[in-house]
Ligand binder design. Structure first.
Ligand code: ZN
Ligand code: ZN
Length: 223
């Protein structure tokens, strides 16, 4: 019996073999379990994505107004040195106040495992040919769609935060030569414009995360 309307779990703890990747416990439905295909990725990878996404968003929120202020201001050469110094102080403060994060660039989902989830008993089955040394552990997994939705939400922050961050680093590190302050300022403006306008990484054709959160976490014992 397979209910096509069953809401797949976002996060699930499954008895998993560390060796062969098999999943499933012995306690399950009396009769046939329902089978819903689940693509699962390591919950630890998802948590790392979420925490990096949060820090990237904080950085972006702190950096963006500075890039905008840089674009809005057009000081004369006489006023430029002071304006540059003031902008540098603001950039320095923003860099100090925000935490760096695991900017690995590529946050594509790790390889997914396919399991068959039962809506009645909550078991996930993924038989594998046994390699003879099965080591079973309760393992947390998340639905691949949840990972993808998190990645889609974070994509713009992952792109913009390091780009704008590099401009602020430059602003802090470089002291313009006398008479060249405006040139420097305009160069930074061009970089800021490019970083702010950057490609919109809105995902196309991806599903938003399921609006109904279903927690199917269970404690299972194989003994
Ligand atoms: Zn079942
Ligand atoms: Zn095994």
């Amino acid at each position: 019996m397979s209910d096509p309307d069953a809401i797949l779990p976002d996060r699930i703890t499954v008895l998993t073999c560390l060796g062969c990747g098999a999943m499933g416990r012995e306690a399950r439905c009396e009769g046939d379990c329902s089978e819903h295909k689940l693509l699962l990725v390591d919950a630890g990878e998802f948590d790392a994505l979420q925490s990096a996404a949060q820090l990237a968003r904080q950085r972006n929120e702190a950096f963006k107004p500075i890039a905008l202020a840089l674009l809005d201001s057009h000081p004369s050469e006489q006023a430029c040195t002071d304006a540059y110094r003031a902008m540098r102080a603001v950039a320095h403060k923003a860099l100090e106040a925000t935490e760096p994060y695991d900017d690995r660039g590529d946050w594509q989902a790790p390889p997914a495992q396919t399991g068959w989830w039962c809506a009645q008993c909550g078991n996930v089955d993924a038989p594998q040919p046994c390699i003879g040394v099965c080591v079973w552990r309760q393992t947390e997994w998340v639905n691949l769609t949840l990972y993808q939705a998190g990645l889609d939400r974070a994509a713009e922050d992952f792109r913009a935060a390091p780009e704008i961050g590099r401009i602020l680093d430059r602003l802090v590190a470089v002291t313009p030569h006398a008479g060249r302050c405006q040139d420097n300022w305009r160069a930074l403006q061009a970089q800021a414009r490019a970083a702010l306008e950057g490609p919109q990484l809105r995902p196309v054709g991806t599903q938003p995360a399921s609006s109904t959160k279903v927690s199917k976490r269970r404690t299972t014992h194989r003994t």
